[in-house]
Design a protein around this ligand. Structure first.
Ligand code: GDP
Length: 196
């Protein structure tokens, strides 16, 4: 499996418009502006697979990328952005919630969090839900290049400690799209999920 084989399949406003629910999907979720699109581009080695934006809150669709036959990466709508109208927010969160609850082919969840602002309420809700659902999680602590090596390690340790209390399959990795920090480790985790 090579994530660089990713090709865009579809942008769906809700789960009814997604490809048939079979095979393996690895989904990416995170607060708006966490660096999800950048991480997807870095991991697939493609400059503009996922749309990165200076305007947070614009990726409201479920974007699907095929890696191989019946193996897909799924870019979920960002959550927690304050400055979008409530109605729109509700619609996106509905698509996100439905996907997480109903998608049988979902076998691994990548949760993107800015290393400087990790484990916000919605992040914890998501991670706790995954833990209870026996869904393996990879937390990517993004924009790691913004912290010194020392602060970065301290933050990773603290977050690992907090999440260890959930007693679930949760991995934590510092990540930088700018420097490719943690890209190989993340790639290995995701490819293992696809290989299962
Ligand atoms: P998304 O809303 O979660 O998809 O976030 P984006 O990938 O669009 O990134 C949001 C902002 O963070 C953009 O301005 C990116 O350039 C910036 N960003 C993303 N990843 C990194 C990173 O690894 N390092 C730094 N310094 N900035 C990043």
């Amino acid at each position: 499996i090579h994530l660089s084989k990713a090709t865009f399949t579809i942008s769906a406003p809700d789960i009814r418009r997604l490809p048939e629910d079979s095979g393996i999907e690895v989904a990416f979720a995170g607060r708006s502006n966490a660096g999800k699109s950048s991480a997807l581009n870095t991991l697939t080695n493609q400059k503009s697979l996922a749309r990165t934006s200076k305007t947070p809150g614009r990726t409201q669709l479920i974007n699907v990328f095929e890696i191989a036959e019946n193996k897909r990466l799924v870019d979920l709508p960002g959550y927690g952005f304050a400055k979008v109208p409530l109605e729109m927010k509700k619609k996106w969160q509905k698509a996100l919630g439905e996907y997480l609850e109903k998608r049988e082919s979902l076998k691994g969840l990548v949760v993107l969090m800015d290393i400087r602002h990790p484990l916000k309420d919605l992040d914890l809700d998501l991670i706790e839900w995954a833990a209870e659902s026996d869904l393996p999680v990879l937390c990517l602590l993004t924009k790691a290049d913004k912290l010194s090596q020392g602060k970065r390690s301290a933050e990773v340790l603290k977050i690992k400690k907090t999440l260890a209390q959930l007693n679930a399959d949760i991995k934590v990795q510092a990540f930088s799209s700018l420097k490719r920090t943690g890209a190989e480790q993340a790639n290995n985790v995701i490819c293992n999920w696809f290989a299962a």
